[in-house]
Design a protein around this ligand. Structure first.
Ligand code: DGJ
Length: 716
C-alpha cells in the first residue's frame, strides 16, 4: 500500500485502482510525480529515474518540468495558491521547509518537513483507504520555536495535482431550496474558487468536486478525479491552471475569517481532505464513496438501524403544532407505516412564529399541557419512536435567554446585532454558553427521552473576523461537533439528524457527528430530482433525508400526485412532512402500500450500490437503481418529470433533452442469472444480460408517471 524507495527518494502509495507518487528532489523538498490509474512495476520504474535533478520547486522549474510541489508552501517566491502560508512574529513571512524524516504506520504515511532556520514543523499525513480508492490528506503544523509566534495565514488540508491537460470541473451551486445543483465547466487558465463563507458548508456550494476530461459526465466510463473536504464550516477550493496546462487544486478551511495563531509549543491539525480516482465514471466514484461513508464515517450501529421512516410536523402544522393535533397525527403516521413521530419547531415557551423564544427550551404549557416527557411517552405507547427538534446554536433577540445574556452572541463591540430569521448566533465556544447548552441537551435527553433529535441551524455565522488568534467560524464548528458528540454520548441510540435550513450542512464533517442529513427544505418532487441526484453523487442514500409533502407544494405552488411524491422520496431515506390528517383515504391507501414496498427494499437502498441510469440534466425521464451487494436483489426507480415549473424556485434550470419513452438500461446485475421483475405492472423474468443490454420498457407516458421495479435473482 505504501512504500519508500530510499535510493530514489520516492514514495509510492497505492489504492486498489490508483497510484500516487511523490518524491524528494536534490534539495530534499517534496514534489508530486503522479496521480492516476494504478501503475505496474515497469511503469513505476519511470518515476524511479532521477528526472528531478534540478530544483523542481519554484515556478521556473515548474514551467520546465511539469513537476509541481507536493505541498505549495509559501517560501517567498511560490506565487501559486498556497497550501500553507505562515508569518512569524519576527516579521519573516516565508517557510523554508525540507524533508526531515517520515514514518509508515500501516495505512498511514507521515512525512515530516522542517523549516531550515525556525522552529516550524509540518507533518504531512496520507492515509490510504485501499478498497475505497481514497487517499485522506491532512497537515499538522507545529510551532516548536521557543520564542516566535506563528500566524497561519493559509492552513489548507492538501492539494490535488493533476496530470497536465484540459479538464472540466464538476461542482455544486445553488441556494436555499436549490441545493446540490451540478455544474460542469472547463478549468480555464487562471483561478477558479469555490467557497463558502457562511460558517456552514452552505446551500450555495458543497465541499465536494470532481474533475474529468469528459465534456459530458459519464456514469460507467471515463477517468474521474474527485475530492471532499471533511469539514462542515466555511471552506475554500482553489483550482488553478498554470502555464503548460499544469492543473492544481488546493482545499481547506477558508482563511478569510481569521488566522489561527500558534504560540511556542502549540500545534494545529487541518480537517481531512479525501481525494479519489475512478477509472470507470461517476458511478464507481459514488459507489465507493457511499461505502466509505457507511463503513468509516457514519456510526456502524446507527447505519445498521433501518427503522428511520419519520413523520415530521413542520410543513404539516408549522408553529401551530399542539399535543392534541400531534397525537391524532401520530395515529395517522402509525397507520401509514411511519416509525418515528417528530415534533419540529414550535414546541417551546411562546413559539408561535420564528421571531421569538429560540433559546428558551421549556415546553409551551398551552400546547403541551402534560409536558414533553408525557407527550413522548404517549407517542411511544402508540408504537412509534419519539423525535424532537432543536436549534441550540441560536437565540431570538426576543427570548429570555437574550434578555438575560445579551453578550452571549457574536458581535462587534458598539455595532448592532446582525439578525437573521430574528436570531443571533450564540458564541458556543464560550464556556458558560457551552455549559448552558450541555445542561439543556442533558435535560432534553434525560427528561424527554427522545429516540431522534433534529439539530437545526438557520443562519450564517456572521460577525466574521471577531476572533483574535483564531477564527470564530472554525472554533464554532468544532464546538458544534463537541455538543453533538455530547448529545450522542448521553444516549447513543438517538438518531441525530443534521439540518441547516435544509441542506446547508450537508458535509462529511457533520455526517461524522450525526447520523443523517436533511437534504433540502424543498419537497417539490420535481425540484427534488436534481437535489437528490446531486446529493447522491457524494453522499449515500441512508444519509439523505427525503420527505413527502402536501400538494400543491407550499414553496412552488405546483401540484403533484401522491404517488409521484412518494416514489421520489423513496429513492432516499424516506419520511413525511405532509399533514396526514388532511389526506384523502385514497392517498392514505397509496401511502400504506408504497411504504410496505419501501420497507421490503430499504436495505437495498440503504446498503446497496447505486446506479444512476438517466439523469435529470439530460432527460425528462429520471431513473436510478440500487443493487444489493450480493447482486441478488435490486430496486429500480423511474420518473417522467417532463413538466415546466409553475413557479420558478430560485431559477431552477429548464430540462435539456426530452425523453420519456424507450427502454431503461439497467446495470450492476449478474449477466448470466435470471431475475424476476415485479412491481408497477411489470411481471416478467429476464436475464441480467438482457436487462443490461436491451433494458426494460417503462411506459411512463404522462408527466408524473413513475415506476418502482423490484428484481429478485432466481436460483439456478
Ligand atoms: C429549517 C428546517 O430545514 C425545516 O425543516 C424546519 O425544521 C424549520 N427550520 C423550523 O424552523
Amino acid at each position: 500500500m505504501i512504500t519508500f524507495n530510499k535510493t530514489k527518494k520516492m514514495f509510492y502509495l497505492h489504492t486498489k485502482d490508483s497510484s500516487y507518487v511523490f518524491g524528494l528532489n536534490c534539495e530534499n523538498r517534496l514534489y508530486n510525480a503522479y496521480y492516476g490509474k494504478r501503475l505496474n512495476t515497469a511503469a513505476l520504474k519511470k518515476f524511479a529515474e532521477p528526472v528531478i535533478k534540478e530544483v523542481a520547486y519554484h515556478m521556473v522549474d515548474n514551467m520546465r518540468s511539469n513537476y509541481m510541489p507536493e505541498v505549495n508552501i509559501f517560501d517567498g517566491y511560490n506565487v501559486f495558491e498556497n497550501t500553507i502560508k505562515i508569518t512569524l512574529s519576527n516579521g519573516v513571512r516565508s517557510l523554508d521547509c525540507s524533508y526531515a524524516g517520515h514514518s509508515i504506520n500501516g495505512d498511514t504515511l507521515t512525512v515530516k518537513l522542517k523549516d531550515r532556520k525556525y522552529g516550524i514543523l509540518l507533518l504531512i499525513s496520507y492515509k490510504v483507504h485501499y478498497d475505497y480508492n481514497l487517499i485522506e490528506k491532512s497537515i499538522t503544523i507545529k510551532n516548536i520555536d521557543s520564542k516566535l509566534k506563528a500566524v497561519l495565514e493559509t492552513f489548507n488540508s492538501g492539494d490535488l495535482m493533476l496530470p497536465p491537460g484540459r479538464y472540466n470541473l464538476g461542482f455544486f451551486h445553488g441556494g436555499w431550496i436549490k441545493e446540490m445543483s451540478l455544474r460542469l465547466e472547463e478549468i480555464s487558465y487562471g483561478r477558479k474558487v469555490i467557497e463558502s463563507r457562511t460558517g456552514h458548508s452552505s446551500h450555495i456550494h458543497n465541499p465536494s468536486f470532481f474533475v474529468t476530461k469528459d465534456d459530458k459526465v459519464r456514469e460507467e466510463e471515463g477517468e474521474y478525479f474527485y475530492g471532499q473536504l471533511m469539514w462542515g464550516g466555511s471552506f475554500k477550493f482553489t483550482f488553478e491552471k498554470r502555464m503548460y496546462e499544469a492543473v492544481n487544486m488546493t482545499a481547506g478551511v477558508n482563511a478569510f475569517d481569521g488566522c489561527p495563531d500558534l504560540k511556542p509549543g502549540e500545534e494545529f491539525t487541518t480537517p481531512s481532505f479525501i481525494i479519489g480516482y475512478s477509472d470507470s465514471g461517476l458511478g464507481k466514484m459514488s459507489r465507493l464513496l457511499h461505502d466509505y461513508y457507511r463503513d468509516k464515517i457514519l456510526k456502524p450501529e446507527m447505519v445498521r438501524n433501518k427503522e428511520r421512516i419519520l413523520s415530521n410536523s413542520w410543513e404539516a402544522f408549522y408553529f401551530s403544532t399542539t399535543e392534541e393535533k400531534l397525537l391524532k397525527f401520530a395515529d395517522k403516521a402509525k397507520d401509514i407505516g411511519a416509525e418515528i413521530l417528530v415534533v419540529d419547531d414550535g414546541w417551546f415557551r411562546r413559539r408561535d412564529n420564528d421571531a421569538n423564544s429560540l433559546g428558551d427550551w421549556i415546553p409551551i404549557k398551552e400546547k403541551f399541557p402534560n409536558g414533553m416527557r408525557e407527550f413522548g411517552n404517549n407517542i411511544k405507547e402508540k408504537g412509534l419512536k419519539f423525535g424532537i427538534w432543536l436549534e441550540p446554536e441560536c437565540m431570538n433577540t426576543d427570548s429570555n435567554l437574550y434578555r438575560k445574556h445579551p453578550n452571549w452572541c457574536y458581535r462587534f463591540e458598539g455595532r448592532p446585532d446582525k439578525e437573521m430569521r430574528h436570531t443571533v448566533t450564540l458564541n458556543i465556544t464560550k464556556a458558560p454558553v457551552k455549559k448552558y447548552l450541555k445542561d439543556m441537551i442533558r435535560r432534553v435527553i434525560n427528561e424527554y427521552d427522545p429516540d431522534y433529535v433534529k439539530w437545526d441551524m438557520n443562519r450564517y455565522i456572521s460577525e466574521t473576523g471577531i476572533c483574535k488568534g483564531s477564527q470564530a467560524q472554525l472554533e464554532h464548528v468544532k464546538a458544534a461537533y463537541e455538543l453533538m458528540d455530547y448529545l450522542k454520548s448521553l444516549k447513543p441510540s438517538v438518531i441525530l439528524e443534521g439540518c441547516a435550513g435544509g441542506g446547508g450542512r450537508m458535509s462529511g464533517g457533520f455526517l461524522a457527528h450525526t447520523d443523517q442529513m436533511w437534504a433540502s427544505d424543498n419537497n417539490d418532487p420535481f425540484c427534488r430530482q436534481t437535489i437528490q441526484y446531486g446529493t447522491s453523487l457524494f453522499y449515500p442514500a441512508i444519509s439523505m433525508c427525503c420527505h413527502v409533502a402536501d400538494s400543491p407544494y407550499c414553496l412552488t405552488g405546483r401540484k403533484s400526485t401522491a404517488l409521484f411524491r412518494l416514489r421520489t422520496a423513496m429513492a432516499g431515506n424516506l419520511g413525511t412532512e405532509a399533514n396526514l390528517l388532511e389526506w384523502s383515504g385514497n392517498d392514505i391507501e397509496i401511502f400504506k402500500k408504497e411504504i410496505i414496498t419501501y420497507k421490503s427494499v430499504r436495505d437495498i437502498i440503504y446498503y446497496g450500490d447505486l446506479y444512476r441510469l438517466e439523469s435529470p440534466y439530460e432527460s425528462t425521464r429520471v431513473s436510478l437503481m440500487y443493487v444489493s451487494k450480493d447482486k441478488k436483489r435490486a430496486v429500480v426507480f423511474s420518473y417522467n418529470c417532463g413538466m415546466e415549473l409553475t413557479k420558478s424556485v430560485n431559477g431552477v434550470d429548464p430540462k435539456i433533452v426530452v425523453k420519456a419513452g424507450g427502454n431503461a438500461i439497467l446495470r450492476g446485475l449478474e449477466a448470466g442469472h435470471e431475475y424476476t421483475v415485479s412491481g408497477s405492472n411489470a411481471d416478467t423474468v429476464m436475464t441480467g444480460r438482457e436487462l443490461m443490454t436491451k433494458g426494460i420498457g417503462l411506459a411512463l407516458k404522462k408527466v408524473q408517471d413513475s415506476a418502482v421495479l423490484i428484481l429478485e435473482r432466481r436460483v439456478k
